[in-house]
Design a protein around this ligand. Sequence first.
Ligand code: FAQ
Length: 317
Amino acid sequence: MESRNPTDATQLQEFEARIARGEKIEPGDWMPDEYRRQLIRMISQHAHSEVVGMLPEGAWITRAPNLRRKLVLLAKVQDEAGHGQYLYHAAETLGISREEMLALLLSGKAKYASVFNYPTLTWADNGVIGWLVDGAAIKNQTMLAHASYGPYSRAMVRICAEEGFHMKQGKEMVIMYAQGTPGQQAMVQDAINRWWWPALMMFGLPDDTSPNSEVLMRWGIKTKSNDTLRQEFVNEMVPEIHALGLTVPDPDLRYDEASGNWRYGAIDWDEFWQVVRGNGPCNAERLAARRQAHEDGAWVREAVAAYADKRAAGLVV
Ligand code: FAQ
């Protein structure tokens, strides 16, 4: 619905009133430039995260320990590709093209979730990624399913349903290995030790240093803050990890009776920025894999374009 009001101020007022009423903003509607910019930034980063996120687990498809695990992992990795598709489409509704977004990713300029720049060293990493990384993603994305921008919130509903399966398959593995042989127990504990902190970083910067949160909260893109979601995640995960006889790699972790929260130690934001700026353990490898995949897919893009041209010329039905 285009605003009929002549001034930006009135349009902004009407836009904010719509958000306050819980209405969704749709692609053709008037929106502030900053709302559009923030959505393109966040949705494209999210899409890239899903696509790059296929790589750490994808590396294990050929090494799955049995047919059942292989089928589940194949389905999960394929789902992440689908999530990337929904999200690139959602971003396209805001006026950016798929080509522009991919160019930013492949040139190394675009951000994507830092967690995917860590290596998957053992099979147990697949269980722990499913449980912790998908768990953190669901916590954040269940909130985003209420976002004020219609295409993004609707994509989140579908994505969260699939992420629920991802988390369960990971948790099932962690439970099994936690109750398994001493070797399996050690392997799953080691995986938790390596993925715990990167998973906490998935919720973004602390509220008092996040440059984007204020405007995202004001316009109903985020409906809960980074720290609120991170705390909810810690409160849910810590008792479950302990119940399996496993530990959390945080010497400062303690239960605060007064607030009912598990207080966690300091997150290493220097490490976070190192990884986000391209210096994580696997940044170069991840980008090289995406570039290779893009090059390998050139013939598909050419074939699709040739078919579209022929169809437009009436040469095929
Ligand atoms: N990694 O002001 P904030 C998944 C950047 S999908 C890298 O706090 P914001 C599925 C941020 O972009 C996981 N960069 O930022 C899966 C900003 O830079 P900019 C992805 C980060 O946006 C599972 C700057 O720092 N999920 O896992 C990170 O308000 C398993 C300042 O930070 C989404 O993308 C980070 N962790 O809050 C796939 C959800 N955190 O752009 C395969 C949508 C912050 O100003 C296997 N996104 N930065 O230059 C969001 O909810 C938000 O963007 C946050 C960050 C919460 C991620």
